[in-house]
Ligand binder design. Sequence first.
Ligand code: AHM
Ligand code: MG
Length: 308
Amino acid sequence: PFVSGQLTRLLTDIAIAAKIVNHQVNRAGLAGILGGTDRVNVQDEQQQKLDVFADRTFLRMLSAGKSVAGIGSEEREEFVLCGNEGRNGKYVVLIDPLDGSSNIDVNVSIGTIFSIHRRTTPLGEPLVDHDFLQPGSHQVAAGYILYGSSTMLVYTTGTGVNGFTLDPAVGEFFLSHPSMSFPERGATYSINDALLARATAPTQTFIAGCREASEPPFRARYIGSLVSDFHRNLIHGGIYLYPSLEGKPEGKLRLLYECAPLAFIAEQAGGLAEDDTGRILDRVPTNLHERVPFYVGSRHLMHALNAC
Ligand code: AHM
Ligand code: MG
């Protein structure tokens, strides 16, 4: 009932921005844009030059179109209102323009994660915080771009998950992974092992169980790039954990532009995504940069974690 072509246009703009960022990521070592800037973002993390480039590229592309009213980015402290105080566009976008920053300088896969909501205030009125702070279950679309050995765009609009691979010769994304879903079985777990001693008891018990299991034997895989770790687990079957930690009960990952969009994709692909108390998609955010513990992956592994 809402179809007007604006969402299609918005997704096309994201794909174009992704191609521009992909071009820079691929030649980063040559273009003198590796390394950090002298700025820190709102999380007190040093911004990388490519972080800043990706942030500007997505923001310019999204605000130039007519469909986006406002944008929340990991790299910006406040929400950004598009033309006329956000009165015009139908959609709000939350984005992590370049996730896995610590992997940029070492030529390891990184990604972009995005989440799209319909605005809650009527068209023609200025945007307010509430337009941005919606639970993940209200998402209209969500996706990620993986700048890996090939570049992929994976997204859902709530009717399954499809993956598209960029053909660099043609400069276009082609449908390569239709109807993606977690395989029935899968035995990969992904966690930053160095944090395990500070994790809660269920996480420790679950990981101990994975290590002891022999049928099937588990593999530990952790790239430290959320998009890559999630994507591998989606294809092979597996579970990713960034748990609540002693002294840091909220974990590390951000609800609005990291966990909620991946949770939407995970559920659409037959998996589950939770924090310590329940479904990620049910959480009502209170601020743009809110953090949550994050457990996501194959259904049978999520059930096993919940039984610990
Ligand atoms: P970033 O947004 O600063 O790049 O941080 C998010 C990244 C994720 O991609 C990754 O899963 C996680 O941080 C790794 O954190 P850690 O180094 O603590 O294991
Ligand atoms: Mg991030």
